[in-house]
Design a protein. Structure first.
Length: 279
């Protein structure tokens, strides 16, 4: 059985201390604003208060949302504890900053090429369907002096039929075989078009990305997938996976984790798994 390590749950105060220690103090909000249980920007909070129609929906805002420190801390720890080397991120954001920061830490600790078939050591590959957010993220990473290990890909997203089911996909994705995948895109509400009159951009629809299913056969045993929210999408993936994935669900963080738990493919994959499992 392939091992997976989970972050310990710590207090909000200790999480803030962690971000201060890591030089990421600016991510800590001095004053927090909430709409429907979600932390939002001050502008969105004001727009909600002004709304007399009842039509305001936080999912439709064009403003980048504030960082969720608890989720970002958990993401960072997953990468560090499980010693991930090559990461694929669907949808950029504050997560991109944290992943880049974690990979930089691991690179400083381990060799440039920790195992033989590590072809993109300590690199992050990001795909997003909005140039606006890619530009915002690039500037943010420059501000914190990270990002040299990030490769960005802009790609439009679209509706598709996958195995007879309506789903969404990016038209292009990075050509890389990751050992960690972070799924938080694309935004289905911004996907135009329909198939047989069915649209995924309606407010009563959920994200249903199928990109990971298309690369599943290439992933090596030991690969971890972390899905931020998107529970329906996680169940869709689970129901369509063809290989042996162990599933974990954290109801507090609203995150689903999958671990590809299979026999090693050969000596190179054994070497890879040994690196992950060695303290």
């Amino acid at each position: 059985m392939i091992k997976i390590k989970f972050p310990k749950k710590i207090s909000e105060k200790k999480i803030e201390q962690f971000f201060i220690k890591e030089g990421l103090k600016d991510l800590i909000s001095k004053k927090k604003f909430y709409v429907d249980g979600y932390e939002v920007t001050k502008k969105d909070f004001k727009d909600k208060k002004k709304d007399k129609t009842g039509k305001f929906d936080i999912r439709l805002t064009n403003n980048p949302q504030p960082p969720e420190l608890k989720d970002l801390y958990r993401l960072y720890q997953f990468i560090i504890l499980n010693k991930r080397t090559t990461i694929l991120e669907f949808g950029c954001g504050y997560s991109t900053l944290i992943i880049s920061h974690a990979l930089k830490k691991l690179k400083n600790k381990f060799e440039r090429k920790p195992f033989t078939r590590c072809f993109h050591p300590f690199k992050l590959f990001v795909v997003d369907s909005e140039k606006k957010y890619i530009d915002i993220v690039k500037k943010r990473l420059n501000k914190f002096s990270v990002g040299q290990n990030v490769n960005y890909l802009y790609s439009k997203s679209q509706m598709v039929l996958y195995a007879g089911n309506y789903a969404t996909e990016y038209k292009k994705i990075p050509s890389v075989n990751p050992d960690f995948i972070y799924l938080d895109g694309p935004d289905h509400l911004k996907i135009k078009g329909s198939i047989n009159n069915f649209k995924v951009s309606s407010l009563d629809m959920m994200p249903m990305s199928c990109d990971i299913l298309k690369i599943e056969n290439y992933l090596t045993p030991g690969t971890i997938i972390l899905i931020d929210g998107r529970t329906s999408n996680a169940r869709y993936l689970k129901n369509n996976f063809k290989r042996n994935w162990r599933e974990y669900f954290d109801s507090i963080s609203d995150q689903t984790i999958f671990l590809l738990d299979e026999k090693p493919l050969g000596r190179f994959n054994k070497e890879q798994i040994k690196f992950y499992n060695t303290i």
